[in-house]
Unconditional design. Structure first.
Length: 499
């Protein structure tokens, strides 16, 4: 059986704790790999390697860092298919989705390649007689990334390339459910010339996470995951004096106004709700239909959803793959089987779906629930699977109030032909990312990603300008130099004397 080891100090390090976690192929349900689960001592080793590397990396030139990052970007581009294949094998998403994940991660590597511009400081001259004031940004030291299973390559690339470009060293704790892509990312960074210890990968469960959150040599923690864990990460790491950005869960809404192009809205709802099997924090999981369009919109969504081909991610014909684990599949199914009792109309029930020849895979079909109540489990919880709920609202104002009442505020979208309505929506809605006729408004790499309310704990969004600010700290230097003409007696600098 394949084993996945840690990557510490520029080399593969076998697990020494004696604890291993299973990694399954979601399409077959078979355990294909075991991953080492780190002890607190192994976490110490990874942090020590990062701390030692920071002594030189933190003072390295921007030219050295960017040269490595440009080579790294080229290697990632050449190995896109290999990275995507690992994602499909362990996460289950179809190859096209996996390739898209790698492409979005590459955006942040490209941003990091331009760090010379991002790290420029400010200078004010002559604020007083012969006094100048400069503002500069410097790295933090050892920083940590704790990343989720749903994007095992993209989310790590949202963190460590920018962090190391800013001069920090990094310890990555990827999900133990699909760890192989993270190791390949580290191996390619070493091939690009990244010095030993600048990027480390340590696998593990709660033991490893708790050790990282408490470690005195860790300066900052980045996290993406569910809201309860994000809240815990933020509270624990903050209590230990660390800077924290913790991105949590979501219940993203799509408001469809009566004037919207219903075909475009239905296409968007299907791709945004069911793409990547719904296992993404930016999935549209709730459609709010305004006015009399609800029945027609639901019919169009159903028509499209019924045509989606579900199968193994490695099959080019598949448009949606399985869920990550059997336990998660069963949890998602529970929301569908219990929906009718809570007042929903079950338009599509995917809980009985299976794939011939892959009966032990973690399969679930597409589910569509209409006329869902706001106090039902299917609406209140982040399901993280291919379940789309539809709610009805009589007016724009009612729809906005419904969305703003959600404890989540990650992303949202409006579908309309009316520019005035769209403008009001983007100003009145309480969410960190807004799409106008765009169902998944994930910002490009040079803008920052992050939500509001229970979707984000901490002051900084991820990547973009916020990412640079998170991975650096500001310093202001006030300088006064005497005029050279006032040099001490006996020192001749060639300037006329003032006296």
């Amino acid at each position: 059986m394949k084993t996945v080891s840690h990557w510490i100090g520029g080399k593969s390090v076998e697990g020494a704790s004696g604890n291993w976690g299973p990694v399954t192929d979601p399409a077959t349900g078979a355990v294909t790999t075991q991953v080492a689960l780190a002890s607190a001592e192994e976490v110490d080793s990874a942090v020590a390697a990062a701390k030692a590397a920071y002594a030189t990396w933190g003072t390295s030139s921007l030219a050295q860092r960017t040269a490595i990052l440009f080579r790294y970007r080229a290697l990632l581009d050449a190995r896109r298919d290999d990275i995507a294949a690992l994602i499909t094998a362990e996460h289950g998403k179809v190859h096209a989705d996996a390739l898209g994940e790698v492409a979005r991660g590459l955006e942040i590597v490209e941003l990091a390649c331009g760090i010379t511009t991002q790290l420029k400081g400010e200078l004010s001259t002559q604020v007083s007689s012969r006094v100048d004031v400069a503002a500069i940004r410097q790295p933090l030291g050892v920083v940590v990334g704790i990343t989720p299973f749903n994007f095992p390559a993209m989310v790590p690339m949202w963190m460590f390339p920018l962090a190391i470009a800013c001069g920090n060293t990094f310890v990555l704790k990827p999900s133990e459910k699909d760890p192989s892509a993270a190791v390949l990312l580290a191996e390619l960074a070493a091939e690009a010339g990244l010095p030993d210890g600048v990027l480390n990968v340590v696998h593990g469960d709660k033991v490893a996470v708790d050790a990282l959150l408490a470690h005195p040599d860790v300066a900052a923690v980045s996290f993406v995951g569910s809201t309860p864990i994000a809240r815990h990460i933020h509270a624990t790491a903050s209590a230990n004096g660390k800077r924290v950005q913790a991105l949590g869960g979501a219940k993203n809404h799509m408001l469809v106004l009566p004037d919207a192009d219903l075909d475009a809205a239905a296409d968007a709802a299907v791709s945004a709700a069911y793409g990547s099997a719904g296992e993404r924090c930016m999935a549209i999981s709730a459609v709010v239909a305004v006015g009399a369009i609800g029945d027609e919109l639901v019919a169009r969504i159903r028509e499209r959803a019924e045509k989606i081909k579900i199968g193994p991610g490695a099959d080019p014909a598949s448009e949606m793959g399985p869920l990550i684990t059997r336990a998660h599949r069963d949890k998602v199914a529970g929301y569908v089987t219990g929906a009718a009792a809570q007042g929903a109309e079950v338009v599509l029930d995917g809980t009985g779906y299976t794939v011939e020849g892959y009966e032990d895979g973690h399969w679930i079909g597409l589910s569509l629930l209409d006329k869902v109540a706001t106090d039902s489990d299917a609406y209140r919880d982040e399901i993280f699977g291919p379940v789309l709920v539809v709610l009805r609202a009589e007016t724009y104002e009612e729809g906005v109030e419904l969305i703003n009442s959600s404890p989540f505020g990650n992303g949202t979208a409006i579908f309309t032909r009316d520019g005035g309505a769209a403008r009001r929506f983007q100003l009145e809605i309480e969410a960190g990312m807004v799409g106008v006729n765009v169902p998944i408004p994930v910002p490009v790499g040079y803008h920052s990603f992050g939500g509001w309310k229970d979707s984000l704990f901490g002051d900084h969004h991820i990547y973009g300008n916020d990412g640079v600010h998170f991975y650096t700290r500001g310093k202001v230097v006030t300088t006064r130099w005497p005029d050279p003409a006032d040099a001490p007696t006996g020192v001749d600098l060639g300037f006329p004397r003032n006296h």
